[in-house]
Design a protein around this ligand. Structure first.
Ligand code: 5RP
Length: 214
């Protein structure tokens, strides 16, 4: 099975968690694109979506799905999103699509986080995929120095501006054996907006293709 087909299967499998009348939290990326397409088939059956990026909002609206403001919806029953890496404890690296801040917000505001991936994303130890960190532009060099002090190799994703007007550093060379502790530590660096480690709010359910990860 090719990678895109595995992503499509995972996205379709996530539809099992969508119930009538729900407001669904929607992530960002090529796997989520398949989920949005599947959700469109049930658009009359759901109350709308809360989106984690301008890109996903456009795709949702193009399919006739209403995009709602998280401030108006309250807590969500379900959030569906992809990931760049997933370890055995369902901790994730996210942010390959630069949408990590809104993704983390919607995940935090949701009771159940269903993560949809293909098998290539499943790793024993996080860190092969460079860790994305969203930073306030004026803090880029300061944050980069702090990351070097911790053994990372930050690379500025030049030319990319997030939906929030910020920049991204991709940190290479990290072997993340304690994701919860590293997330907390990196969150303390002045100028960091969001760390693409999803450990404090990790996935509740991971679908690898159409299989539920044990
Ligand atoms: C975007 C993300 C995506 O979920 C992640 O990059 C995976 O993307 P894809 O489904 O295209 O492989 O975190 O910020």
């Amino acid at each position: 099975m090719n990678q895109d087909e595995a992503k499509r299967r995972a996205a379709r499998a996530a539809m099992r968690y969508v119930e009538p009348g729900m407001i669904v939290g929607v992530g960002t990326g090529s796997t989520v694109a398949h989920f949005i397409d599947a959700l469109a088939e049930r658009r009359h059956d759901i109350a709308g979506a809360v989106s984690s990026s301008e890109w996903s909002s456009q795709r949702l609206r193009a399919h006739g799905i209403e995009v709602l403001d998280l401030n108006a919806t309250g807590e969500l029953p379900l959030y569906v999103d992809g990931a760049d890496e997933c370890d055995g404890a369902k901790c994730l690296i996210k942010g390959g699509g630069a949408a990590l801040t809104r993704e983390k917000i919607v995940a935090a505001a949701s009771r159940r986080f269903v993560c949809v991936i293909d098998a290539s994303k499943r790793v024993e130890v996080l860190g092969r995929f460079p860790l994305p960190i969203e930073v306030i532009p004026m803090a880029r060099s300061h944050v980069a120095r702090e990351l070097v002090r911790r053994g990372g190799q930050p690379v500025w994703r030049d030319g990319v501006v997030t939906d929030n007007g910020n920049w991204i550093l991709d940190v290479h060379n990290l072997r993340i054996s304690a994701p919860l502790a590293l997330e907390a530590e990196l969150n303390q660096i002045a100028g960091v907006v969001t760390v693409g480690l999803f450990a404090a709010r990790r996935a509740d359910v991971v679908l690898i293709g159409d299989e539920v990860m044990p």
